[in-house]
Design a protein around this ligand. Structure first.
Ligand code: HEC
Ligand code: HEC
Length: 290
């Protein structure tokens, strides 16, 4: 078992679990939810999932998926796709279609990719239940679930374990008395701090904005262009160049050569390695850096 669930966090979530289940039950009866479509999508005709499993899946989602797929499942800064509109999540029953994607990841050279994550079948089922519960609450396909966003209490970790973890895994790049000095007092609440450190500062980095992703494009002639990535997909890469102009390049396989420099690469590499205990411990430790 790689990801042990923090049941104390779920205890605090009890009211949320109940609310989720009630919502899901209302959704399952059909037509009773305000604003729900009269013709349900398959995801809205499912029987309600187990509330405890949904809560557990939500915690796992927050840790392993949220950074890229967003708090509301509609995609995030690291290029994760919208899971409310994905054929995979819409057709999945209990994790069987999600499992190969999560275990194998997705690699697209020069494009945002998804690291493979060796989560257990049980964990993947819980994540699937959570995703289905959100789909079931959707007011319309692709819309966000109703109601205020659910906030987790993340301050349940062990400060000294967090310090040890920090010394082992983070100190090659950071220092508690240097760049991360005072990090604990920079955020309104621990969940913001947690989301920031897990993401490596995305959305709230130094000077209010995270360091941008840049790329070097080398043409067949050897000519090089370097700049901030405006857009990057299989067919085109567009850069904002230093001289203020922008330039796009048509891509055909490996031509031109594209090297993406993501300052948060180190963070993305660590992502599949965290257990939720590691995450809670590190957050508890960072909160003490006032
Ligand atoms: C580091 C970023 C990252 C993380 C973390 C991540 N994903 Fe992804 N995910 C992506 C990207 C990027 C794609 C799109 C890749 C592509 O188009 O081939 C993707 C694609 C997917 C897809 C396929 C969508 C489709 O319709 O093709 C699913 C399902 C998915 N992710 C689920 C998850 C789940 C569940 C988790 C957490 C266990 C997770 N992802 C974690 C970045 C991420
Ligand atoms: C390989 C180097 C590397 C490792 C290892 C690493 N980080 Fe980072 N981290 C970075 C970089 C680079 C940034 C800045 C990204 C930017 O400027 O946008 C960053 C940003 C951050 C930020 C945001 C700082 C801010 O000022 O907003 C926090 C917090 C953070 N990291 C915590 C951690 C923790 C905790 C660990 C260990 C679990 C860790 N990092 C491991 C390189 C690393």
């Amino acid at each position: 078992m790689r990801s042990k669930i923090t049941w104390s966090a779920c205890g605090l979530l009890a009211f949320v679990c109940t609310a989720l289940q009630l919502e899901a039950q209302r959704g399952a009866r059909g037509g009773a939810v305000q604003g729900a479509p009269t013709v349900g999508f398959p995801a809205q005709q499912r029987p309600p999932g187990d509330a405890a499993m949904i809560a557990r899946g939500k915690t796992l989602y927050e840790i392993h998926c949220r950074l890229c797929h967003g708090a509301d499942l509609r995609g995030g800064e690291q290029g994760g796709s919208n899971l409310l509109r994905s054929a995979i999540t819409l057709n999945d029953q209990s994790g069987e279609l999600l499992q190969p994607v999560i275990r194998e990841g997705r690699k697209n050279p020069g494009l945002p990719s998804m690291p493979a994550n060796d989560l257990s079948t049980e964990d993947i089922r819980a994540i699937a239940e959570y995703i289905h519960s959100v789909l079931a609450m959707g007011q319309r396909q692709g819309g966000p679930p109703p109601g205020p966003p659910v906030e987790l209490n993340v301050l349940v970790g062990d400060v000294s374990a967090g310090r040890l973890y920090f010394e082992a895994k983070c100190m090659s790049c950071h220092s508690a008395t240097g760049d991360l000095r005072g990090i604990g007092s920079r955020f309104a609440n621990p969940i913001q701090l947690q989301n920031t450190w897990v993401a490596g500062g995305a959305g709230g980095g130094r000077g209010g904005g995270a360091t941008p992703v840049t790329a070097t494009v080398t043409l067949r002639s050897g000519q090089k262009f370097e700049g901030r990535v405006i857009r990057s997909d299989e067919f085109i890469i567009a850069l904002a160049l230093e001289d203020g102009t922008s330039r796009s390049f048509r891509r055909d396989g490996d031509v031109p050569k594209v090297e993406i420099h993501n300052p948060r690469e180190g963070h993305l590499k660590l992502l599949p390695a965290y257990t939720d205990k590691d995450i809670h411990d590190v957050t508890a430790y960072l909160v003490t850096l006032k």
